[in-house]
Design a protein around this ligand. Structure first.
Ligand code: RFL
Ligand code: PHB
Length: 390
């Protein structure tokens, strides 16, 4: 099989890239190791920046997001028994949409299939070849058969556990990493929202986040030991922890519901540079990871894809290579901004293992500052909605 752009991974990065290339008349094939059912039901992110929403809308896949997603104009920071609002729209003129990542995936898969796009699920043994030549290829197994996809470019959109990053020789790559000694315990529950907006809570017991999925399904997280097990957490114990960390002194309480999903995720910051070598380019989690506190991962994947689409279009339509040559450099500016913001927010909101009483006081002082100083609030809001200058 031959195509112009071979894409490994049908996450938000791979699917969106394939969709945007199609709109520009560029052919691609997406190879995904999981089944369609699996990718359409994995629970992950929920917050879309305005730029992400705009790109999905402009490219014709934003209808359900606009109808079913919830537009949020601010969020709350809870600390020291009180809640203070960050007015995103008032401070930046922009907002965010809460719409689950797997719903974005469903919309993109539907669009690719409707356009007759080649999207292969359940491939295995994917490997990348010839990226130093003008005729790279991807080898894989599909339905028990060994196959090869020849292409002009290979794009690694295969997430943090994928195979493509390793195809860039180690001596040409610099990896930067920070592993946090805590994780997030995530739940989904049935019931009404606890609040109209997201609540990020800092408490001496640890961080907690109240998010939402719809009027009837709520998403919440609390900081935990990454090696803990969901079996150790009865529903009653979870609600006691959420109340202890989020309820405010003036009586505002987390609303309990029937919990139907529990999971634990680790937290990591990671950047691999360069994000390209020869005819191989990486996008999204394949090249970088942020802790979820700043809600940036999916949005960064989308931002990479925007840059890469423009660069591939310039190559095919205008015969220009300069945008492709500068891809890493261009994408990394936004990535490092988001890395810093996610790290900063994580350190301000979580119970840190090495935190002395002095550091705990600094966290509170910083929270007082960002919720009191308009300038500080604006810096936080610009980063959160994704318009901070880089
Ligand atoms: P994905 O989504 O991991 O997709 C990669 C795809 O590649 C496939 N794959 C392979 N296919 C073929 N051959 C191979 N060898 C392959 N290896 C892997 C995988 O099966 C998969 O389908 O990467 P992508 O597209 O870069 O997207 C990144 C986002 O998924 C990720 O950054 C976000 O989910 C992060 N994130 C959040 N981001 C936000 O912007 N806002 C949020 O509110 C937010 N909340 C979160 C999050 C991530 C979380 N977890 C689970 C870490 C909340 C949580 C709890
Ligand atoms: C989510 O709703 O899953 C969510 C919201 C905000 C975050 C991370 C995850 O910062």
């Amino acid at each position: 099989m031959r195509t112009q752009v071979g894409i490994i991974g049908a996450g938000p990065a791979g699917l969106l890239l394939s969709h945007l290339l199609h709109l520009r008349g560029i052919e691609s094939v997406v190879l995904e190791s999981r089944t369609r059912d699996e990718i359409e039901s994995t629970i992950r992110a929920g917050v879309l920046e305005q730029g992400t929403m705009d790109l999905l809308s402009e490219s014709g896949v934003g209808e359900r997001m606009k109808a079913e997603g919830a537009l949020h104009h601010g969020f709350e920071l809870a600390f020291e028994g009180k809640r203070r609002r960050i007015d995103l729209t008032g401070l930046t003129g922009h907002s965010i949409t809460v719409y689950a990542q797997h719903e974005v995936i469903k919309d993109l898969v539907a669009a690719r299939i409707a356009a007759g796009g080649a999207l292969l699920f359940g491939v295995s043994d994917t490997s990348v070849h010839g990226i130093d030549t003008d005729t790279p290829s991807i080898r894989y197994h599909y339905n028990g058969e060994a196959c090869e996809l020849q292409c002009d470019f290979v794009i690694g959109c295969d997430g943090s556990q994928g195979v493509s990053r390793a195809a860039i020789p180690q001596d040409l790559r610099d990896d930067y990493e920070r592993v946090y000694p805590f994780g997030w315990f995530g739940i989904l529950c049935e019931g009404p929202p606890s609040s109209e907006e997201l609540i990020y809570a800092r408490h001496d017991r640890g961080f907690a986040l109240v998010s939402t999925r719809s009027q009837n399904v709520q998403r919440m997280y609390f900081q935990c030991d990454p090696k803990d097990s969901v079996e150790n957490w009865s529903d009653d114990r979870i609600w006691a922890e959420m109340h202890a960390r989020v309820d405010s002194a003036d009586g505002q309480q987390v609303v309990e519901g029937k919990i139907f999903k529990k999971n634990i995720v680790g937290m990591r910051s990671f950047v691999s540079t360069k994000m390209q070598h020869g005819r191989l380019f990486l996008a999204g989690d394949a090249a970088h990871i942020v802790p979820p506190t700043g809600a940036k991962g999916l949005n960064l994947a989308v931002a990479d894809v925007r840059v890469l689409t423009d660069a591939l279009r310039a190559f095919y339509v205008e015969n220009r290579r300069d945008l492709l040559d500068r891809y890493s450099e261009t994408a990394l500016k936004r990535i490092w901004r988001a890395e810093h913001f996610s790290y900063w927010m994580t350190r301000m909101m979580h119970r840190l293992d090495d935190a002395s009483p002095f550091e705990r006081k600094l966290q509170v002082a910083e929270l007082e500052h960002v919720t009191t100083s308009r300038t500080a609030a604006m810096a936080m809001a610009e980063n959160y909605v994704g318009v901070a200058p880089v």
